[in-house]
Design a protein around this ligand. Structure first.
Ligand code: ADP
Length: 485
């Protein structure tokens, strides 16, 4: 695979179970649609409950050997996964762009980010250190060892089809767990392309199994009901996260949940305006706004509001909107028709409640699931888009006066994933960072994602962390051994 040309017909489309590619038990298939052209790219196997149980069988069969495979061997395999992803970066980026819609530039950024999880967890695999101490009574030694949690179900969304998969597979494999990946039906090809690379890198049969299904609820329920499965790592909506947490409760499954966000982007009067605009473009427009970390609400202090709104609208209006795969495209289509309808209805609601459209505002009349990059000002506090994830290229701007008001507005949400804060006063930056209820803060930056840092939310944005050493520990259980000497 030395060329950078993507041959879509070469991407596997069958289930990957026990190291083999095979059709589903029912023979059913799911169409994969190019959101830029609305045409069919491929069709993938549609797994049934029977297939899912076979995937658990395969993960179970591989579990003991993988858990006792030397950490250095696991590390070397993960490092090869990284090398192969980098080798195929160009092709993977094209594939992501085609099935997800995002611009090729964003897709290339995603592949680099996704590959880093393999490199990072290759490095972490040999650093699963325990602890040893003397009990406070002096009567015993306390030994703590981190053991693999067990067979893990990994459910991923369509917005980062490569990175959300590697962010889970990397730590699972480093920790010594076998797993079943269930990618979103909108973007399954990237997951299968990664599975093929993992096999090439030497991941043993059954250690990673991948299945796509049109009956996610039924299939994941069957997997979670299997007593051999001990872990669920989910990235997706808060709504589905709640359903899965309830289900996982039946078997008291260890859960890591990366759920929705409603990120505030706060700009104080003293902010460096050039930096704030640059950061806003990244925080809002990366992936066309289809990210749980996307800036969802812009709160700008009164003195900076007019300039910020004008400059942001100018930049957003100048974006090249076209098929993601075309060179020069800066904003591709949304993932599907339902996404466009949702964004349109949120914008219509805000406008009906008094918002002014500075640029964009509607879906252009063309083939593909496009929505015009949009900036709204004078957004009323009861507009739905301030409370819900927009998941599209729409920036609503609200003016505030005081620091206390900014903190109150930022915290007025059930979510708490990430917040962006722009100020040139470091003391204020740190003070506000500490008061905002959020798992992550981007202080004078438009991006937080980093495989070496703990990614995750508070409140209804989730449970647990991914990336960093924290992400590895999510796939382990602490075993405590008490002994007299
Ligand atoms: P999004 O809004 O980003 O599509 P979802 O939460 O709907 O987020 O989907 C994220 C992932 O969860 C996808 O892989 C999807 O197929 C899966 N999913 C959706 N509903 C369920 C369910 N009831 N049980 C298990 N997985 C589900």
């Amino acid at each position: 695979m030395a060329s950078t040309e993507l041959n879509i017909a070469s991407i596997p489309t069958d289930l990957f179970i026990g190291g083999a590619w095979r059709a589903s038990a029912t023979g059913k298939r799911i169409d994969v649609i190019d959101p830029a052209t609305e045409s069919r790219l491929a069709s993938v196997a549609d797994a049934s409950v029977e297939d899912a149980i076979q995937a658990v069988d395969a993960a179970d069969k591989a579990a003991k050997d993988w858990a006792k495979t030397a950490p250095r061997v696991r590390s070397d395999i993960l490092r090869r996964c990284y090398d192969l992803m980098i080798r195929d970066a160009e092709k993977l980026a094209k594939l992501i762009s085609l099935e997800n819609g995002k611009s090729l530039t964003d897709a290339k950024g995603e592949v680099a980010y996704a590959a880093e999880f393999f490199r990072w967890y290759a490095e972490e695999a040999v650093r699963i250190n325990g602890e040893i101490s003397i009990a406070p009574s002096g009567m015993a030694r306390t030994l703590v060892q981190y053991q693999p949690v067990g067979i893990s179900l990994l459910i991923t969304p369509w917005n980062f089809p490569a990175a959300m998969a590697t962010r889970k597979i990397g730590p699972a494999l480093a920790a010594g767990c076998t797993c079943i990946l269930k990618p979103a039906t909108e973007t399954p090809l990237t997951a299968y392309a990664i599975a093929a690379l993992l096999a090439e890198a030497g991941v043993p049969a059954g250690v990673v199994n991948v299945l796509t299904t049109s009956t996610a609820g039924k299939v994941s329920n069957a997997i979670l009901e299997d007593p051999r499965v001990r872990k669920l790592s989910f990235t997706g909506s808060t709504e589905v996260g709640r359903i899965l947490l309830r289900k996982a409760a039946d078997s008291v499954i260890n859960c890591s949940m990366e759920l929705g966000g409603n990120a505030p982007f706060v700009v104080f009067d003293d902010a460096d305006m050039d930096a704030a605009i640059e950061g806003a473009m990244i925080a809002k427009m990366r992936n066309g706004g289809e990210a749980c970390t996307a800036a969802n609400r812009f709160y700008v202090q009164r003195g900076a509001a007019a300039e910020f709104s004008r400059r942001l609208a100018e930049r957003i209006a100048a974006l090249v909107v076209d098929d993601g795969i075309k060179p020069g495209t800066q904003c591709g289509p949304l993932v599907n028709k339902a996404a466009v309808e949702k964004v349109a209805s949120l914008v219509d609601d805000a406008v009906a409640k008094g918002a002014k459209v500075l640029t964009g505002g509607k879906a252009p009349g063309r083939v593909g699931y496009f929505f015009q990059p949009t900036v709204l000002t004078d957004v009323s506090s009861d507009a739905d888009l301030l409370g819900e994830e927009i998941f599209g290229p729409v920036a609503p701007i609200v003016v505030f006066d005081t620091e206390a008001q900014a903190v109150e507005l930022a915290n007025a949400t059930e979510y708490g994933l990430v917040a962006y804060i722009y100020t040139s006063d470091l003391a204020r930056g740190l003070r506000v960072s500490e008061m905002v209820e959020s798992g992550m803060i981007a202080l004078n930056r438009g991006l937080v994602s980093d495989p070496a840092a703990p990614f995750g939310g508070v409140k209804q944005s989730g449970l647990g962390r991914e990336g960093a050493h924290h992400g590895l520990l999510e796939f382990t259980e602490a075993k405590y051994i008490s002994t007299n000497w």
